[in-house]
Write a protein that binds this ligand. Sequence first.
Ligand code: SF4
Length: 401
Amino acid sequence: MKKPELLAPAGDLHRAKTAIRYGADAVYLGGQCFSLRSRASNFTMEDIREACAFAKEYGAHIHVTVNIIPHDEDFEGIEEYLQKLEEYGVTAIICASPAIMRIARRTAPKLQIHCSTQMSVTNSDAIQFLKNSLDIDRAVLARECTMAQVREITKHSPVETEAFIHGGMCVNYSGRCTLSNRMTLRDANRGGCAQSCRWSYALYDHDKEISSDPLFTMGSKDLCAAAYLYDLMEAGVSSLKIEGRMKTEYYVASIVSSYRHFIDEIYETGAPLSPERMAVHRREIQRGENRETCTGFYSGKADVHSLIYHANSNSDVNHDFLGTVKKVQDGSCLIETRNVFAVNEMLEFMTPGKENRRFKLSAMKNAKTQEQIEAIRSPMSLVEIPIDFEVQENDILRRYR
Ligand code: SF4
């Protein structure tokens, strides 16, 4: 079994660093042009340069999404952009357009070309064609493939394959959807998806409302491929990808950290994990979730159980993320807060590469006034808490459950 790359999303520089610190082998991000999710991206060229330098320190890689479906007027500046990415040390670009791939091969030959899931690759012949005609280095498989198909495609593929293991799914063929275009004039394939499938709808027969149920959505549940992780690794998939460039720092840290431990354990044992160990890893993954999940198409047909019919069903705001360590002092640390917590609660620190460290909060001080306080209720406050073990700057503090 070869060890696959764990590929994580990042919506800004801070989250890219968080993903790498918590164990991602590579991070994918979008610049401010030529990328889907362009509304979510805060990466300036300078940020991309810094992300590459940071990744290099950790032996990690940066992939940049250049995955718009461009129309003729969308190419201005693309050569210079790709050359800059190459110069900064970006490892790969993720593309959905043969035109962009051709330009990249010509103008920035050191960049690897990864064919995006938007190209809906569902067979190895398609990969062979893309290899022959565009010299791609990797194919990101369509999320609509079953596990058996992923195995077969990977076996016959002339290049590396990459598969999604976690995160949001499109209810249409990944990204190949014009719901958003029609309803909001925002082009989903040029970075503007308004997530129209997730809005709340009423059901009409002509002009007669026929549903007395609460409003419903057409969105898909998120993917969680924990049950297929061993199979994906055993099948030789080179990269396991987490979706979610719009997600929070806490989501990135907890999901990356969970899969990091999960993949490492499978790799070390070289065998499927016991139900008990699977339960431990699944529980950790769920801590970072706030939407219902399913196994997508891996188990075969994605049926009614993979959809979220009722608006926000089981969708919950996650209040576990309590803050990040801003400074470590002798016997205490400074926390920038995110959610409410109080003295005497059981909390835990997530330190990259280590077991979580749990403790009972014995006291807390307002960092500004130096007064002892019983609870903190406002986000982005600074508090000092006593600790008698090692933590590092940027470690995440969360509720123990
Ligand atoms: S509207 Fe929904 S299905 Fe369509 S591209 Fe956006 S997220 Fe995907």
